[in-house]
Design a protein around this ligand. Structure first.
Ligand SMILES: Nc1ncnc2c1ncn2[C@@H]1O[C@H](COP(=O)(O)OP(=O)(O)OP(=O)(O)O)[C@@H](O)[C@H]1O
Ligand SMILES: [Mg+2]
Length: 482
C-alpha cells in the first residue's frame, strides 16, 4: 500500500464508533438473552456460575475481535480515500513546466471502485495538466509574438480599463507601470483613438482609420494606421472588450510627401526654362519671318542659357537617382590637395578670401564624387556669401576614426528651422534668390548621398548672421570599403 500523507481521521473515528456501538448493542442483547436462559435452566449453583462466566468471557472476546476487525477494515477502506483526497488537493499544484507523468500516479493497488475512482482522477489530472501546459505555452508564445511585433497593441475591457498592452505600446506612449486599473483615457489622449475604441465597443464592428498621435518619447505627432476589433466571448458572442493595433506609417507618409513634392518640384523646375525657351523661339520665328534679325543673337543666347540649365538639372537628377540606386564608387587613394586645386580652378572664387588647411594628404574615396562634393559646397559658398568675405576649406582629422572636410564661411548663415530639411531634394532657404542665382536645390542632396555612399555623414552648423559650416565626415579607412 502506498503511503499517504493524509489520513481521514474523522471518518475513521466515526466509522469505528458506529461499529463499536452497533456490535456492543448486539452483544448486550445476545448475552442478556443467554443469561436469562441460563437462569431458568435449573442448573446447580456451580454450573450456573461457570455458564455465566463462559457467556461473559466469550461475548467480551467476540466484542474485542469485532472491534479489531473493524479497525482493520476501516483502515483498509479509508487509506485509499485519504490518498485520493491528497491527490485531489495536489491537482492544483502540479509542476506545469513539465508534462511528464510521475510513476506514482499510475500505480493502483486498491481494487474495486477505489481503483476506478483513482483511475478517473488520474485521467482528470493528466488532462488538466496537459491543458494547463498548452495554455501556458500559448500564453508565452503570444507574449513573445506581441513583444516582437513592431506595431503597438492595446486591449481594453468593456468598462474601458486596460486589459493588455505590448512593450512597443509601452515604449511609444511611455506607459511605465503595468497598472491594470488604468483607463484608456489616462494613457492615451488622442480623441481619434479614443473614438475608434468607443465605436468598436458600441457597434461590435472592426474598423480602420488613420490617426495622428503624440508620441511621448519624441514629443512629436506620428501617423498611425489604427485597426480596432471587438473581443467577443466564444459561447455567446457578447463583446467584453476591444483590441487595437497601431501601425506606424509616419515614414510612409513622409516618403509620400517627398514623392509628391518631388514630382511638383521637377515639373516646376522644368517648366520655367521651357516656358522661356518656348517664348523666345516663337518670337524668333516671327522675327525671322518678318526679316527682323537684330535681336536674334540675344534671343538665341537666352535660349542656350535655358537649355544649359535644363541639361544641368536633368544631369543632376540622373546623378541623384544613380546615387540613390546605389551605383558603385571607384574608391582609391585620392590626394585632397589635387581635388581642392581642381575645384578652385573650376570655380575661381576671385571675389572671396579663400583659406585652405590640410591635416592629411590622402583619403580613400571616389575621386570624381569627392570633387563633386567640394564643388557643390564651394559653389554654394561663392553663391550665397557676399563678396569680400572669407571661405575656409579644411581637411581635418580630429579623431583617428574619421577624416573630415569642413567648408566654412562668414556669410548670412542658415536659420535653425531650415537646417533639418536643407539636404532634401529641391529644398531652398530663399527660393526666389536661389532660383535667380541659377540654383535648383539639388546640390546639397547630392552631397549627402555621395558622403553616405562613402559610409560617412554630413551636417551643417550655422546661426543666422554668423556664417555656415558644412562638415562631411568620412570613415578613415586604410583599405577601400567593400
Ligand atoms: N553657405 C551657405 N550659406 C547660406 N545658405 C546656404 C549655403 N549653402 C546652401 N545654402 C542654402 O541651402 C539651399 C540648398 O542648397 P543646395 O546647394 O542644395 O541648392 P542650390 O544651391 O539652391 O541649388 P543647386 O546647388 O542645385 O544649384 C540653398 O538654396 C541656400 O538657400
Ligand atoms: Mg548648391
Amino acid at each position: 500500500m502506498k503511503s499517504s500523507s493524509f489520513f481521514p481521521a474523522r471518518l475513521f473515528r466515526w466509522f469505528l464508533f458506529q461499529q463499536i456501538l452497533f456490535s456492543a448493542l448486539i452483544f448486550l442483547v445476545a448475552s442478556g438473552v443467554l443469561w436469562a436462559l441460563v437462569e431458568r435452566s435449573g442448573w446447580s449453583a456451580e454450573a450456573l456460575y461457570a455458564g455465566r462466566l463462559i457467556i461473559l468471557c466469550s461475548f467480551l472476546s467476540a466484542f474485542v475481535a469485532v472491534t479489531l476487525v473493524s479497525v482493520l477494515v476501516a483502515r483498509r477502506l479509508l487509506v485509499p480515500l485519504g490518498r485520493l483526497i491528497d491527490k485531489t488537493r495536489k491537482l492544483r499544484e502540479f509542476p506545469f513546466e513539465s508534462d511528464e507523468v510521475s510513476a506514482e500516479e499510475l500505480t493502483f493497488d486498491e481494487p474495486g471502485e477505489w481503483f476506478d475512482l483513482e483511475r478517473a482522477l488520474n485521467r482528470l489530472g493528466r488532462d488538466l495538466r496537459q491543458k494547463t501546459i498548452r495554455l501556458s505555452r500559448e500564453k508565452t508564445e503570444l507574449r513573445t509574438i506581441m513583444s516582437a511585433v513592431s506595431e503597438a497593441v492595446l486591449a481594453i475591457a468593456k468598462d474601458k480599463r486596460v486589459l493588455f498592452y505590448n512593450p512597443q505600446f509601452a515604449y511609444l506612449f511611455n506607459v511605465q507601470v503595468p497598472n491594470r486599473e488604468a483607463r484608456i483615457s489616462e494613457i492615451l489622449r488622442s480623441p481619434d483613438v479614443l473614438d475608434a475604441y468607443s465605436e468598436a465597443l458600441k457597434t461590435g464592428l472592426t474598423t480602420r482609420r488613420e490617426v495622428e498621435v503624440m508620441v511621448s518619447s519624441e514629443r512629436i505627432a506620428r501617423h498611425f494606421q489604427l485597426s480596432v476589433a471587438p473581443l467577443k466571448k466564444k459561447h455567446n458572442q457578447a463583446i467584453y472588450g476591444v483590441v487595437g493595433i497601431l501601425h506606424d506609417i509616419t515614414q510612409l507618409k513622409q516618403a509620400d510627401r517627398i514623392r509628391i513634392e518631388f514630382v511638383a518640384n521637377v515639373s516646376h523646375e522644368l517648366r520655367t526654362p521651357l516656358t522661356t525657351i518656348n517664348g523666345y523661339l516663337q518670337t524668333l520665328v516671327s522675327d525671322v519671318e518678318s526679316g527682323r534679325l537684330e535681336q536674334a543673337r540675344d534671343f538665341l543666347k537666352i535660349v542656350t542659357q535655358n537649355v544649359t540649365r535644363l541639361k544641368s538639372l536633368v544631369d543632376d537628377l540622373l546623378d541623384l537617382s544613380a546615387l540613390e540606386s546605389g551605383t558603385e564608387l571607384k574608391v582609391e587613394s585620392v590626394s585632397v590637395r589635387e581635388i581642392t586645386e581642381a575645384v578652385l580652378r573650376q570655380i575661381d572664387p576671385q571675389n572671396h578670401k579663400v583659406h585652405i588647411f590640410y591635416d592629411f594628404e590622402n583619403i580613400w574615396a571616389d575621386s570624381s564624387r569627392l570633387e563633386q562634393v567640394l564643388r557643390n559646397l564651394m559653389e554654394n559658398a561663392v553663391r550665397y556669401v557676399p563678396t569680400g568675405k572669407n571661405i575656409e576649406i579644411r581637411w581635418s582629422k580630429f579623431s583617428p576614426k574619421s577624416c573630415e572636410l569642413h567648408v566654412k564661411d562668414d556669410g548670412p548663415g542658415i536659420a535653425y528651422e531650415h537646417q533639418g530639411r536643407l539636404f532634401e531634394r529641391f529644398y531652398r532657404v530663399d527660393e526666389s534668390r536661389s532660383r535667380a542665382e541659377g540654383g535648383t536645390g539639388i546640390g546639397l542632396s547630392l552631397v549627402k548621398h555621395i558622403v553616405q555612399g562613402h559610409g560617412g555623414h554630413v551636417y551643417v552648423k550655422s546661426q543666422v548672421g554668423r556664417g555656415a559650416e558644412f562638415v562631411c565626415e568620412f570613415p578613415n579607412q586604410e583599405q577601400p570599403p567593400v
